[in-house]
Write a protein that binds this ligand. Sequence first.
Ligand code: PMP
Length: 429
Amino acid sequence: MRSDDPNTGPSWVRGSACWLWDSEGRRYLDLVASYGSLLWGHAHPKLVAAAQQQSAQLAHLTGMATELRRRLCAKLAAMHPMAHGNANHSSPCKAWLVTTGARAVELAMKLALHRKPGRILHFDRGFHGRSIATGAISDTRWLKQLPTVPHGSIPFPGCRRCAWGHLITNCQTADCLKSWVAANEPLLDDVSAVIVEPIPGAKGYLTAADSLFRDLRRLADQRGWWLIADEVQTGLGRTGNLLTCQAQGWIPDLICVGKSLGGGIVPIAAVLGPAASMDELPAGVESETFGGGPLACRVALTVLELLEETPWKVWSEAAGAGVRSVMADAAKALPFPTAIEGMGAFGVLEVQEESSERSRELAWRLTCEARKAGVLFHWSGPNGNRLVALPPLVTPPHAWDWMQERLQKGWHTPRWTTNWPPSRADRRH
Ligand code: PMP
């Protein structure tokens, strides 16, 4: 949970692994993790050392070749499942470096639109950034209404929150997509690409059946669309997978990664895709002053080294299991229904009151009370009814005892009534 205005609220002065300290010396367990960027926690010693060494040697160059850039692009390209794909989806791959997730998605949109001009389809629970173009295809109220790129929104399936009224017992992902396609045929003539997050993160880490993505792949192949995986939040370890699309069994054309790639130190993101299509983008269509400079590349290469050298999958499962177990324990004492979800290194507590307004209010209260007690959650969900926890892989086991003790106090004392909706001032914590 954060203020709308980054100049208000507590002033943060220090971070180490899963911990944050404010200017008054208070310690917090940081489960927001900069919205998923801090998979390796704050100030990871190996990443800090790499950044220090590289800044002293050669920090910045705009758009010029370095051995670091070459090595990083080669490693990222080799990660694309198409680089070792099946008969239908196989191609030599390339990676292009940019600064942020939104820039990566915009570059993916440029590549798709260059290949085939048209509409970009996206999911209604998706989030791809807040630039003018990415905001138009995200669940962002104001930006979505801007007439920038032509787009179309598909309902994200998912049991309790299903747009088609299905329950968990009769969830038919394929039917959802089929019904949507049948109802929207006129929209589909001029589609360029469809973009999807394997697990929509900003809206509360919602999961859908893997078949959704395989059906989307089939649909895209039948219609000549490109399929773009936005793995800015899910990629590079958060879900216990290097790429979540791979674990779900589908091969996208383009993949966007970001957040964790920068190790919590530098802004860096990338698009991975078929080399031939990337080479076709006319010169000058894409370039950024700070995209893929030596400092960013060195830190990102060190992140990839960590992913090669450490038992990170085990750590990811342990971090997720730890946080989910404390959330489940603390939720038992709450006088309203909740459910715990998650996989890899994330946990979600969903408030399941009958009234969605009441669920939202309680989730907000839980986030505020946890924060007062020293535990930072991301207040999220399609309806503001979910608390998301994104522990770094380096969270030590004693952090879970600390969290348990803090939540026991924080969540057990309040009376669960409140003034709602929160005023703008109240939200500035
Ligand atoms: N895609 C996804 C899935 C994201 O979660 C985000 C950021 N939350 C973005 C894109 C945009 O990334 P950035 O803020 O680095 O532009």
